[in-house]
Design a protein around this ligand. Structure first.
Ligand code: SF4
Length: 704
């Protein structure tokens, strides 16, 4: 027997990025608790995080490589992957292959996959399931600030006098951050406004809930911008000194939302509620506006983000203690993926194809002549291209698009028809069923690297368990494939620390100070220093001794002229309006105790106990009109597919609207996938799909 060990690591679920202490007892059993020293959670964990120790069994694990469903050696499996990708590229060009990766990957895994695709294959066809999570925030930040920057930190939640939560069920989806907010409220009386079409657990605790008509956020914030200007609450000196485009944005906002009455009518709210929100925002300098999937997962998500940021620019409330727009990410490493170019429209180190000098700079650093020079296919387009045969070889890493993508039925058909599908994952999933080659990837607790949370804080995720069977880390799998494709010298990594050092050095390479993402101060870490790396914020340039907390507070923005941009936006109609055939609006989202498609949390009985089966929430009046009673099995149909779930009436649901959790797939309940119902309709700037406003019809299933 060996002695008990305790390892400090990070939670693999949401973007709060809590620190975890994992204890492996002498008999090999594992338990977890919150890390009191981690600045995201100070020792606390939510229901999901505290059950992590119960997800570590080998049930359902992929333990050996498989080719065509049969066990194979790593040599044979990787030789085949490299051969098929190389042949496809030689025959059809680099854009005939693609990687679809995940916000669950560690930064080092992401870096190596991005380097292979964009640097050496020469295509930018690598996109991530984070496209479904925060791409609209990325696009909105770039339009307003010049770079994808989250200016604030979690402490701002505690230093604000007003926190506005837009499209964010923070109590369930970012529970520890929510607990920090409630603790601050108890101490300093922070006011909380929730803007959400549903009366969520978060809305039940707030001071003011604006239960607006879905998709009318731009109208609400345009009205706020006009109100700030009309009442003298705008900071004209800040606007003049640090921004461009205020008059144009205000003019469109005022035309869109000429009065509180018009806003209230358009948003289906009481004028007094709207006025109360506007007055509170105008009067409270220390205001943080938090937004999440209710804003991002929309065909107009980027405009919603900019409508919010416009109000913060107008008041100069950015990057100072207790104030700022704040996008919280859904996944543990959505932010890390942004750092290394995990999105098809990014390159590496926060550089994008919109900077003409960036490809050459990255190409020089990687010493490759094959660098991609144009953006690749975003997630929805990537599966569309797989279905119509443009993508002939697809590698899916650590994600389950067969149920999580919109129009999931079509995605499954695309995977079935694709010439060559590789899946590397921890467990068997709905997607691994389609794999020609299935590769066993290391799970949380077995792999080593870094993740970055919503406040730009980089934390170590560490291994404390041996890798079972023939499991390998994702970075190793990609690097071994790259070696077989003829790129051995560029992928000769001894360990994740070596990858991290290269990533940090690239962020500082030929950076004259114009780019904010710079962690050059970490480029010379020894392996031991990397092992002991304490959580820290980026940026951390070579001449800095510590990471920078807040950004943009000095009014200087990473644009050519140093000024932020107001973006004129107008309220658009729903991309998918309801009609007589599909008269109800379906909203989708998370439950408190589940994560994504339940490949891990679905294995924990106490997490399943609160919601053991898929249930669709309906307004009681709609249920009566449809002849549906609580507990009835109902069929939900959209123009894209169907699903079944139990009906539950909820006073929190607006009339004409329904809510279905995103978690269930064919593996846990027959045909209850929200993805099967959703449309492949995307935001024109971010490519993020509309997952919050899908027209459906609902009917009671006949009793057999
Ligand atoms: Fe994990 Fe998020 Fe819960 Fe923290 S709040 S323990 S990061 S799921």
């Amino acid at each position: 027997m060996t002695d008990a060990r305790e390892v400090r690591t990070a939670c693999p679920y949401c973007g709060v990025g809590c620190g975890v202490q994992a204890r492996v007892a002498a008999d090999g059993t594992t338990s977890v608790r919150g890390d009191p020293g981690h600045p995201a959670n100070f020792g606390k964990l939510c229901s999901k995080g505290s059950a992590l120790g119960e997800t570590l069994g080998l049930d359902g694990r992929v333990l050996h490589p498989e080719v065509a469903g049969r066990r194979a050696s790593w040599e044979d499996a990787l030789d085949l992957v490299a051969q098929r990708f190389s042949e496809t590229i030689a025959q059809h060009g680099p854009d005939s292959v693609a990687f679809y990766v995940s916000g669950q990957l560690l930064t080092e895994d992401y870096y190596v996959a991005n380097k292979l695709m964009k640097g050496f294959i020469g295509s930018a066809n690598i996109d991530t399931n984070s496209r479904l999570c925060m791409a609209s925030s990325v696009a909105g930040h770039k339009r307003a600030f010049g770079e994808d920057i989250v200016p604030g930190v979690y402490e701002d939640f505690e230093q604000a006098d007003l926190v506005v939560l837009v499209g964010s069920n923070t109590a369930w989806c970012h529970p520890i951050l929510y607990q920090r907010l409630l603790a601050a409220r108890a101490e300093r009386g922070t006011r909380i406004v929730v803007i959400d079409p549903r009366r969520t657990a978060t809305a039940m605790e707030c001071d003011l809930h604006l239960q607006l008509k879905p998709g009318t956020d731009v109208l609400l914030f345009n009205g706020l911008l006009a109100h700030l200007a009309n009442t003298g609450a705008a900071d004209q000196a800040y606007v003049t000194a640090h921004t461009l485009g205020f008059e144009a944005a205000l003019s469109l906002a005022a035309a869109d939302a000429p009065s509180v009455k018009r806003v209230a009518e358009g948003c289906d709210l009481a004028p007094a509620e709207v006025a109360a929100f506007y007055d509170r925002f105008a009067a409270t300098e220390r205001t943080v506006t938090v937004y999440s999937q209710g804003v991002n997962q929309s065909a107009h998500g980027t405009d919603k983000v900019n409508a919010i940021i416009n109000c913060h620019l107008a008041t100069g409330r950015i990057g100072r203690p207790g104030m700022g727009p704040f996008s919280v990410t859904g996944q543990p490493n959505a932010m890390g993926g942004r750092e290394v170019g995990g999105l098809a429209n990014q390159l590496a180190a926060h550089m994008g194809f919109d900077d003409p000098s960036a490809p050459d700079r990255v190409g020089r650093f990687w010493a490759t002549p094959a660098i991609a020079r144009k953006p690749g296919l975003k997630a929805v387009d990537m599966f569309e291209a797989t279905g119509d045969g443009r993508i002939k070889a697809l590698w899916i890493m650590g994600t389950n698009p067969a149920v999580s993508m919109p129009d999931a039925g079509k995605v499954r058909a695309a995977l079935k028809s694709c010439d060559f599908v590789v899946v590397s994952d921890v467990t068997r999933t709905d997607t691994s069923h389609f794999a020609n080659v299935l590769l066993p990837a290391a799970a949380w607790g077995e792999k080593d690297g870094t993740v970055t949370n919503s406040e730009r804080r980089i934390s170590r995720q560490k291994s404390f368990l041996p890798m079972p069977g023939e499991v390998r880390p994702d970075w190793w799998i990609v690097a071994e494939t790259a070696r077989r494709m003829g790129f051995a010298a560029a992928f000769d990594y001894a360990n994740p620390a070596a990858i991290f050092r290269e990533h940090a050095a690239l962020s500082a390479f030929e950076n004259d100070g114009g780019r904010l993402f710079d962690i050059g101060g970490l480029a010379d870490l020894t392996d031991a220093e990397y092992e002991a790396l304490a959580p820290l914020h980026w940026p951390l340039p070579s001449d800095a001794s510590a990471g920078v907390q807040r950004l943009l507070g000095d009014g200087r923005f990473p644009t050519a002229d140093g000024r932020a941009r107001f973006v004129p936006v107008r309220q658009e109609g729903a991309a998918l309006p309801v009609d007589a055939a599909f008269p109800l609006v379906l909203n989708t989202g998370r439950l408190r105790d589940q994560w994504h498609t339940m490949t891990r949390t679905g294995r924990v009985p106490r997490l399943m106990a609160n919601a053991p089966e898929p249930a669709i929430e309906l307004n009681a009046a709609d249920a009566v009109a449809l002849g549906i009673a609580d507990g009835d099995l109902v069929r939900i149909e959209s123009r894209y597919g169907g699903a079944r779930a139990k009906a539950v009436t909820s006073p929190g649901q607006r009339k004409g609207e329904a809510f279905l959790p995103m978690h269930w797939s064919g593996r846990f309940a027959a045909n209850a996938s929200a993805g099967s119902l959703s449309a492949p309709v995307t935001d024109p700037f971010s490519g993020q799909p509309e997952l919050k406003h899908v027209p459906v019809r609902i009917s009671r299933e006949p009793v057999a």
